[in-house]
Design a protein around this ligand. Sequence first.
Ligand code: UD1
Length: 422
Amino acid sequence: MDKLVIEGGKPLSGSIVIQGAKNAALPILAACMLAEGTSTIEHVPRLLDIDVMLNILRELGCRAEHVGDTVVLDTETAHTSHVPESLMGQMRSSIFLMGPLLARFGETQVYQPGGCAIGERKIDLHLEGLQALGAEIEEIGNRIICRADKLHGADIHLAFPSVGATENIMMAAVLAEGRTTISNAAREPEIQDLQKFLNAMGAKIMGAGTDTITIEGVQSLTPCTYTVIPDRIVAGTIMVAAAATRGQVTLLNTNPAHLSSLIHVLRRAGVQILVDGDIIKVGCPGRPRAVERVVTAPYPAFPTDLQSQVMVLLALADGVSILKETIFEGRLKHVDELSRMGADIRVDLNSAFIRGVPRLYGATVEATDLRAGAALVIAGLAAQGKTIVEQIHHIDRGYDCIETMLSRLGARISRYSPVPKN
Ligand code: UD1
C-alpha cells in the first residue's frame, strides 16, 4: 500500500489551479447514459473514483477515454443495464447509474454501493423517488432490481435533502412523461452543475440551487460538450492547509460563492482571505483563533466534506472550539489519529470539543476515509517532524496527486510505493 511521508513545519506558498469537481463529474458521467452518442466532458479530475465510474460505463458497453482532463464517452454501444457487484462495491457514486439506466433501458440491476465508511449511508430516498416515478423495485439480498415500462412525472418530497437522491431522481425524471417536482431538494452547487449539463443535452429543468426543482419530461436528449465546475472541497482543503501552515497561497479557478461558509469560518479564525473574481488569496501570518461553534449541515451551510480539515486548524488555534457533525454519524474517526499527533480533542456523541495546542508533532497515522485522510495530510504539513500517512488509497479517490499539488506549494511531501516483488 502506498503511503505519504511529510516533513512538516514549512508554510505553503505559491499559486495553484484547482481541479474539476469530483462530485459534479461523477453524476454528469452517469447522466451521459441518457443520450445515445458521444459526449465530451472537460475538466474531469484524474481520480480513482472517476476511473471506477469509467470502468463501469465500459462494462456496460460504452467506449470511454480519459486524456488529460477530458473524457470522451460514447454511450451508443451500451448494451446492458446490469452493473457488476464487484464494481458497484468500489464506490458510493455507482448508485448514480440507477436513474439513467432505468430511464434508458426500462430496467436496471445494481447492488448496494460501497464508499467511505462514514456512517450508515442508506439509499432509501433514491429508491422511494424512483418508485414515485413508476419504478417497481425488488431487493434480493444486496441486489436491487428496478423495472419501469414507462416513467411518469410525480411530486416527490425528500424527507432529507440528500445530494445523491436529488441527482438520481433528476436523471430518471428527465425522460419521464410529464412534470416532476422535487421538494426539500438538496441545493449543492454540484446539483446546479448537473441541471446545467442535462439542460445542455436538451432537458427542461428549473430550480436547482433552490429547494424545489421542476423537471418537464422530454422525449430524448442529445450528447454535448460540457465543462465541470471547480472542486470546492479541494479548494477548501488547500485553503485550510495554507492557513494551518501559516502560509500564503493563491488559488486559481475557484468559485468563491461555493466556499462562502468556509470563508466565513476561516475569517472568524483570523485567517486573511482576499477574493477577486475566481481567485482566492489565503494568508495566515500568526496563530489562528478558536471558533466557538462550527456545525456541518446541507449546503449552503458548512460542508461535512470540510469538517475534518477545519478540525486540524482549530486543533492548532488559540482557545476552545466546538465542531458538530450532523450529516454522517461516523465521521469523527480522524480524532484518534490527530490525538496521536498531540491534538487535544474530546468527542461527545457527534460533537468534538477542541482545545487548541501550540503545535502538533509528526507521527504514523492512518487515513480512515477520503476527507479524514486529507485532514491528516494537513496536520502533517503543519506538524513538527515527520508524519507518515498510511492507507492513502482513500485520498486518491478525491485528490488528483495530492503530493504533486502540495509539492508545487513548497511542501516536503513524497509518496512511497512498496517495492514490487519478483
Ligand atoms: C454527497 C457527496 C459527499 C458529501 C455528501 C453530503 C457525492 C458523490 N458525494 O454524498 O461527498 O459528503 O453528499 O454533502 O456527491 N441519506 C439517507 N437516505 C438516502 C440518502 C441519504 O438517509 O437515500 C442520508 C445519509 O445517510 C446521510 C445524509 O442523508 O446521513 C446525506 O447523504 P447524501 O446527501 O445523500 O450524501 P451523498 O449523496 O451520499
